[in-house]
Design a protein around this ligand. Structure first.
Ligand code: C5P
Length: 196
């Protein structure tokens, strides 16, 4: 079965948690596409060359989750040649046999417009910044400023800007716990699965 769940939305909205839970529940593979851009940002040098030479082990680096890596990712992600270099890998992952969940910014709009399920997971900037601050610590006001800066860059770029696909189901997790958000996502997927 070829079945793609595309999960898009801004930073710290809960896409990763929901994506992993949906993949576990339905036995699909999961790709956090933000790691591709984070790795390119962290490797440094010429970002286009880094994207073209990216290897699976680069995605396992332990320095990809920091605020700095997020900012570096969002800068290299605005370069069309970087996005182009990462496209085929993501498309193949999405349409390989067995079902796949991809989370990112442009999965439902650019990488896999034919996805069987498209979710747009969001939450208020304050709620997202608070969640990120619980993970990384430091000054919460600075984390909020970084979240807003990254939102503006990701939504404002010319190539593959962050926006909901026209046919995406919106899940606002501002006032939801993890279980509730996962249940909402799983309900949409269960509803669209082909009968077996
Ligand atoms: O999701 P995450 O915070 O790891 O993504 C880091 C950055 O990578 C985002 O801010 C965005 O600029 C970029 N990204 C993207 N397209 C994706 C996934 C991530 O442009 N599909």
């Amino acid at each position: 079965m070829i079945f793609t769940v595309a999960i898009d939305g801004p930073a710290a909205a809960g896409k990763g948690t929901i994506g992993r839970a949906v993949a576990d529940r339905f036995g699909f593979r999961h790709l956090d596409t933000g790691l591709l851009y984070r790795a390119v940002g962290v490797i440094g040098g010429d970002p286009v060359a880094a994207a073209r030479a990216l290897r699976p082990e680069d995605l396992a680096r332990d320095d990809l989750r920091t605020l700095q890596a997020g900012q570096a990712a969002s800068r290299v992600a605005a370069i069309p040649e970087v996005r182009a270099a990462l496209l085929d890998f993501q498309r193949r992952f999405a349409r390989a046999e067995g079902g796949a969940v991809l989370d990112g910014r442009d999965i439902g709009t650019v990488i896999c417009p034919e996805a069987e399920v498209k979710l747009y997971v969001t939450a208020s900037p304050e709620v997202r910044a608070h969640r990120r601050w619980l993970e990384v610590g430091g000054d919460e006001a600075r984390v909020l400023a970084e979240v807003k800066e990254r939102d503006a860059r990701d939504m404002g770029r010319a190539d593959a800007p962050l926006k909901p696909a026209a046919d995406a189901v919106l899940i606002d997790t501002s006032a939801m716990g993890i279980d509730e958000a996962v249940a909402a996502a799983c309900a949409v997927v269960a509803d669209r699965l082909p009968p077996r």
